[in-house]
Write a protein that binds this ligand. Structure first.
Ligand code: NDP
Ligand code: OXD
Length: 313
């Protein structure tokens, strides 16, 4: 029985040797490069595989998604009914927290304004509130959001979180569900978004939501999204940046990726844009953990980080 690797946008030559090194004698096939018998595939390691590919593997037992977000897989109407395991990797969590903290501090410490001053050789200090006067709101308090929230709390920010289900998190004021959203947004100066893209969250970052953010901090509100582009209405964000409803934004994800060269987002004022790189998947730690899961599964242990198909994440 074999492992199939089918990950678009990933360099198979980086992954194949790692999978073979960990795979303990299991045969490894790379979709698009190797001939393989679909009926021999027991496990698939995937990232945005072609629609219908997983359905063509009659003996597939588990699909391991090489990213944390499973929206691309969920969009495949032929997705078979096997367990779908998503990536939950300490390395990915640390990379994401790094990116989030970088963006929060860039806006909080007015790095864009100082860069402008540097370009015009202007030596002038700007009013700087302490972190303790700034309210960060974390939309999505799962694996990634809760880690970034904890680090931002330690830096002194007033951190609140919003999740689907109610929960208690030390040092973080928690809100949940539709009922908690308005109060969460109204107390937020810097909104950080680490939500999955599901039917319930698609398009949530629109003009209405932006209009609910607090306008009481002179440096805010700021929007930071590393969740998914499908969460955001880019025209609304652009308009808010232009008219000052948003003082700044950082976006790592877009509705269309790569972002077309013609997109007006490239020229949006006070926008920091990165090309979906906030937290990449590291082959070494990921493959090691996936193979460890396969071995535990074969020994009868339950799989970890299985996606709840009903909720879509
Ligand atoms: P988790 O599944 O661990 O956490 C998701 C969080 O979102 C949970 O707190 C969940 O609430 C909350 N949530 C889900 N639906 C809703 C809703 N309808 N209303 C309110 N809250 C909701 O995911 P991760 O933290 O691991 O990852 C989050 C996302 O980050 C991924 O889905 C992916 O899209 C994105 N990502 C982006 C990367 C990048 O490089 N840009 C890299 C990795 C991930 P509850 O706690 O109640 O379940
Ligand atoms: C992920 C991503 O979901 O990289 O892991 O976007």
């Amino acid at each position: 029985m074999s492992i199939l690797f089918a990950a678009s946008g990933f360099t198979a030559s980086d992954w194949r040797p790692k999978i073979e090194a960990f795979a303990g004698g299991r045969a490894v096939a790379v979709h698009g490069e190797d001939d393989y018998d679909p009926a021999a595939i027991r496990y698939a390691l995937v990232w945005k595989p072609p629609s219908g590919l997983l359905a063509s593997l009659p003996k597939l037992e588990v699909a391991f998604n090489l990213g944390a977000g499973v929206d691309a897989l969920a969009a495949d109407p032929t997705l078979p009914d096997c367990p779908l395991v998503r990536a939950v990797e300490p390395d990915m969590t640390m990379r994401m927290t790094e990116w989030i903290v970088l963006q929060v501090l860039t806006h909080h410490r007015q790095a864009l304004a100082y860069l402008d001053q540097q370009r015009s050789r202007e030596w002038r200090d700007l009013d700087q509130p302490p972190a303790s006067a700034v309210r960060v709101g974390m939309m999505g308090m799962g694996t990634l959001g809760s880690d970034a929230a904890e680090v931002l709390s330690r830096l002194g920010f007033q951190v609140a979180g919003w999740s689907r289900t109610p929960k208690t998190v030390d040092g973080v004021e928690m809100f949940s569900g539709d009922a908690g959203l308005d109060r969460f947004l109204r107390r937020t100066d810097i909104l950080v978004v680490l939500l999955p893209l599901t039917d319930a969250t698609r398009g949530i970052l629109d003009a209405k939501l932006i209009g609910q953010l607090s306008q009481s901090n002179p440096l805010g509100p700021i929007l930071i999204n590393a969740g998914r582009g499908g969460l955001q209405n880019e025209a609304d964000i652009l308009a808010a940046l232009k008219d000052g409803t948003l003082k700044g934004a950082s976006l790592d994800v877009f509705n269309q990726e790569p972002l077309p060269a013609t997109s007006p987002m490239w020229d949006a004022p006070n926008l920091i844009l990165t090309p979906h790189v906030a937290a990449i998947t590291d082959p070494v730690s990921t493959v090691g953990n996936i193979v460890a899961q396969m071995e535990a599964f074969e020994a009868g242990a339950p799989l970890k980080n299985v996606v709840d198909r009903g909720h879509g994440y």
